[in-house]
Design a protein around this ligand. Structure first.
Ligand code: AMP
Ligand code: MG
Length: 315
C-alpha cells in the first residue's frame, strides 16, 4: 500500500465484512466484525486456525461488553473496573438470540461463553468506535507461529494484501491474561499482561488455575494448545550456558553474562515481555540451528513469560 490506511478506511472495511490488522497494547490483532460469521470465517481461513480455538472479542467499554454477555457477574464487573482498558480478557456466559448483538458460534468455537476485553491502545479504541462494532481478533500471525508486536511482523506473515493499521510497537508485548467467570467460579485460563496477584488483589480471593481444574475435569479449556507462539527455529529452554545444544545457535539470556550471539534481555519481567517476541522474530530470521533461552525464575512475576516460553520451546 502506498499511503497509510486511515482509521475511517479501516472501519469501512470492517463494516463490509473484510479483515483489518490493528495494534493493541498486547500484540497486533487480526480483526473482523464479531457479529458477522462470514467475516470471522475469513480470520480462521487466513490464519489456518482450527475451529476449536475461540477468538477474543474487543470492545470499547464495559457497557459494550455487557451487550455481548448473557449475564455480567459481579466478579467480572470488579475486574473490568480494575483493569479495563488493559490486557485482561474476561470469559463470561454469551448472549443468546434474538439479540441484535448476538455473537455467532464461530467466534466462540461453539462455546456458551465469550471472551471479551477492552484494549488499552488509542488506535484500537478509535477503530472500534469508528466501526461501531465489537471486533473479534486473534493475534495477527499464522496458527502456532510467533505473535506480532509490530506492523512489520504482520506484513512479514501476511504480505501487503492485508490492510494493517500501524500503531507502533506493542507496549505489553505478550497476550492478555484470560480469566473465566462462570457458575460463581473464577478460573485463570491463561497468564498474561495482568498478573495473578493483581487479579487476586482486585477480587479479594485466591484464583484457581485451569491446570488445577483440568486435573479433575474430563477436558481442559478449549484453545489451550500446548504448542503455540513458536519461532520456526527450534527453541530450547536452558538453565545455564552449560546446557546449550551443539552447533551454531543464538542465546537469549538475562542473568548470566554471555558473549554468545543472541540477545541480552531486561531483568524486569514486564520489560522482558515487551521485548521477547521482537527478539524471537529477529533471531528466527537469522538462520541459526537453534535458539536457546535462559529460563526465568519460577517466581510469580515471571508466570506469563515462562508460560509463553514453555509453549514456544522444549526443555
Ligand atoms: P489468541 O487469540 O491467540 O490470543 O487466543 C485467545 C485465547 O483466549 C484462546 O486461546 C482461549 O484460550 C481464550 N478464549 C477466548 N474465548 C474463550 C472462551 N469463550 N472460552 C475459553 N477460552 C477463551
Ligand atoms: Mg495467538
Amino acid at each position: 500500500m502506498n499511503h497509510p490506511l486511515s482509521i475511517a478506511d479501516a472501519a469501512a472495511l470492517l463494516q463490509r465484512g473484510e479483515l483489518v490488522a490493528f495494534p493493541t497494547e498486547t500484540v497486533y490483532g487480526l480483526g473482523a466484525s464479531a457479529l458477522d460469521a462470514n467475516a470471522v470465517a475469513k480470520i480462521y481461513a487466513l490464519k489456518g486456525r482450527p475451529a476449536t480455538s475461540p477468538l477474543i472479542v474487543h470492545v470499547a467499554s464495559i457497557d459494550m461488553a455487557k451487550t455481548l454477555a448473557a449475564e455480567w457477574p459481579s466478579a467480572a464487573d470488579a475486574l473490568a473496573r480494575a483493569f479495563w482498558p488493559g490486557p485482561l480478557t474476561l470469559v463470561v456466559p454469551k448472549n443468546v438470540l434474538p439479540k441484535k448483538t448476538f455473537v455467532p458460534n464461530i467466534v466462540t468455537a461453539g462455546l456458551a461463553t465469550v471472551g471479551i476485553r477492552v484494549p488499552n491502545h488509542p488506535v484500537a479504541l478509535q477503530l472500534i468506535d469508528a466501526a461501531g462494532l465489537p471486533l473479534a481478533a486473534p493475534s495477527a500471525n499464522r496458527f502456532m507461529q510467533l505473535s506480532p508486536t509490530t506492523a512489520a511482523h504482520v506484513r512479514a506473515a501476511f504480505g501487503d494484501e492485508l490492510p494493517v493499521l500501524d500503531g507502533g510497537a506493542c507496549r505489553v508485548g505478550i497476550e492478555s491474561t484470560v480469566v473465566q467467570i462462570l457458575d460463581g467460579q473464577v478460573t485463570l485460563l491463561r497468564p498474561g499482561g495482568i498478573s495473578r496477584k493483581q487479579i487476586e488483589a482486585a477480587l479479594g480471593q485466591v484464583v484457581r488455575s485451569i491446570d488445577e481444574v483440568a486435573a479433575g475435569a474430563s477436558h481442559p479449556a478449549p484453545g489451550m494448545h500446548a504448542r503455540h507462539y513458536s519461532p520456526r527455529t527450534p527453541l530450547v529452554l536452558v538453565h545455564s550456558p552449560a546446557d546449550l545444544p551443539a552447533g551454531l545457535g543464538a542465546y537469549i539470556w538475562h542473568s548470566q553474562f554471555s558473549l554468545l550471539p543472541g540477545a541480552h534481555m531486561p531483568g524486569d519481567p514486564s520489560e522482558y515481555a515487551a521485548r521477547l517476541y521482537d527478539v524471537l522474530h529477529e533471531l528466527d530470521n537469522e538462520g541459526w540451528a537453534w535458539i536457546a533461552v535462559e529460563l526465568p525464575p519460577e517466581s510469580p512475576e515471571w508466570e506469563a513469560v515462562r508460560d509463553r516460553l514453555k509453549r514456544a520451546g522444549s526443555l
